[in-house]
Design a protein around this ligand. Structure first.
Ligand code: SF4
Length: 445
């Protein structure tokens, strides 16, 4: 008769191997050196849609400037967006501060350790709630992001379009089953019995003839629903093959291990299967289809728009406009302008946009630079011209604020990445002019 311990070890190969690999090989990241829920929360917000290497310096600067929830709650738009400049998706920063203000106002500045309360804060979606609550407070909440989707579809050889709602629900269910406290939620055993057996998974010893623990599942809002065990509910297949409970009491490690595997080993292109700690349990690798997963519907090409932008001069200063708070890149400052209409020349576009945005007439001069920037849903080419402002006051029509700024002070304002590149071109152009002027005494602009 085998010892129960041996059975248990056989029953848990995937969880044990992945956790052991993570604990031995995990990257030394700044947010892994802290238990401060606020710092973990900041890291999770910054890591949304953003590479780890990009986030590291931003994270350090951010926490140095705003070391506590209270400090962040007191931040001005200007401070906040300047620190976030270049990280993109600026709505994240504004939501983070709004959430910090709510935490100070309603929770005494302590990050709520209740998932439902935390999920009610601005900018906290299902994934972020689960990631922060599992890492900071050890809550058993499943995550599903791009990395986890890739890993799960490959482990279980799920060759279905992962952009479909039904497949997303299936993947959430897998994620929840793998992190559950109780052995298996049933579905995963039934649906993936054959693949799991093919991949070498073993039955769980607690799922024998004796009554199983309560089957557990979670709703989309994390409400735990307990279902009493029933012999009818358990098919023979489910009794033979079931996902065992997560062995270690570290759901945060489990979630991070999945993310890390997806980021470092099970990469989108050319997964490094020979180095993978769970390669022998990976069904897609056995079938040789890992490079074709996950299956995704082809994205439509993003639209490409052309924007006319003015470097508008008046008495040695340049006009900067603050984008409306509710607009894309809201709260950031920019060189004013807007989308070119069909059949419109760029100078005409800039004159019209300046009128519409701040009721200012301009004379359009020489072209400075073209800058192309791609957002997740849009590609923009900014065509920038020097302009001279006509007399008259600026009125705030299509922007929240406007200022005449000395060129050497523009960098103090939070700017979108495309405008930073325009500023660099402006600086380079002014430097070239200064060089020329030292050789010939023609009048500078
Ligand atoms: S074996 Fe390959 S495809 Fe499977 S999880 Fe590991 S890296 Fe991914």
């Amino acid at each position: 008769m085998r010892a129960a311990g041996q059975e248990t070890r056989r029953a848990r190969p995937l969880q044990e191997r992945l956790l052991a690999w993570f604990r031995a090989h995990k990257a030394d990241l700044p947010w892994r050196r802290t238990q401060d829920p606020y710092a973990i929360w900041v890291s999770e917000i910054m890591l949304q849609q953003t590479q780890v290497a990009t986030v590291i310096p931003y994270y350090a600067r951010f926490l140095k400037t705003f070391p506590t929830v209270k400090a962040l709650a007191a931040a001005s738009d200007h401070q906040l967006l300047k620190l976030w400049q270049g990280l993109g998706y600026y709505r994240r920063a504004m939501n983070l501060r709004a959430a910090a203000r709510e935490v100070v106002a309603k929770h005494g500045g302590r990050v709520p350790d209740n998932p439902q309360t935390f999920a009610s804060l601005p900018g906290i979606g299902r994934y972020t709630c689960a990631a922060v609550q599992s890492i900071a407070f050890g809550r058993r909440l499943a995550i599903l992001d791009g990395n986890a989707i890739r890993v799960f579809t490959r482990w279980f050889a799920i060759a279905k379009d992962v952009t479909r709602g039904a497949v997303q629900r299936e993947l959430w269910h897998i994620a929840e089953s793998l992190i559950a406290k109780t052995p298996s939620s049933g579905h995963i055993g039934a649906r993936y019995a054959a693949p799991l057996q093919e991949a070498g998974w073993h039955g769980h010893p607690t799922l024998g003839g004796r009554a199983v623990s309560f089957l557990a599942t979670r709703t989309a809002t994390h409400r735990r629903v307990a279902v009493p065990p029933s012999s009818r509910a358990r098919t023979a297949t489910q009794r033979r093959v079931a996902v065992p409970p997560l062995p270690a009491n570290h759901p945060g490690d489990w979630n991070q291990a999945i993310m890390e595997l997806g980021r470092e080993v099970c990469t989108p292109r050319s997964p490094r299967c020979p180095a993978c700690p769970v390669r022998t349990l990976c069904l897609s690798r056995r079938r040789g289809i890992q490079d074709r997963l996950p299956v995704k519907r082809k994205k439509k090409p993003v639209p490409h728009i052309e924007v006319g932008a003015g470097i508008v001069w008046r008495r040695g200063r340049v006009l900067l406009c603050k984008r409306r708070a509710d607009a894309m890149l809201g709260g950031l400052w920019e060189f004013p302008g807007g989308k070119r209409r069909r059949g419109e020349t760029l100078p005409a576009c800039i004159r019209r946009e300046l009128r519409e945005e701040c009721d200012l007439g301009v004379t359009v001069g020489e072209r400075l630079v073209d800058v192309t920037h791609t957002y997740s849903h849009l590609k923009v080419t900014l065509r920038c011209y020097h302009c001279r402002a006509d007399p008259g006051r600026v009125r705030l029509i299509g922007c929240d604020d406007a200022r005449w700024v000395r060129p050497n002070e523009i960098a103090q304002y939070p700017l979108p990445t495309a405008d930073v590149r325009i500023l660099e071109a402006l600086g380079a152009g002014r430097a070239r002019r200064r060089m020329r002027n030292t050789r010939s005494p023609s009048a500078p602009r």
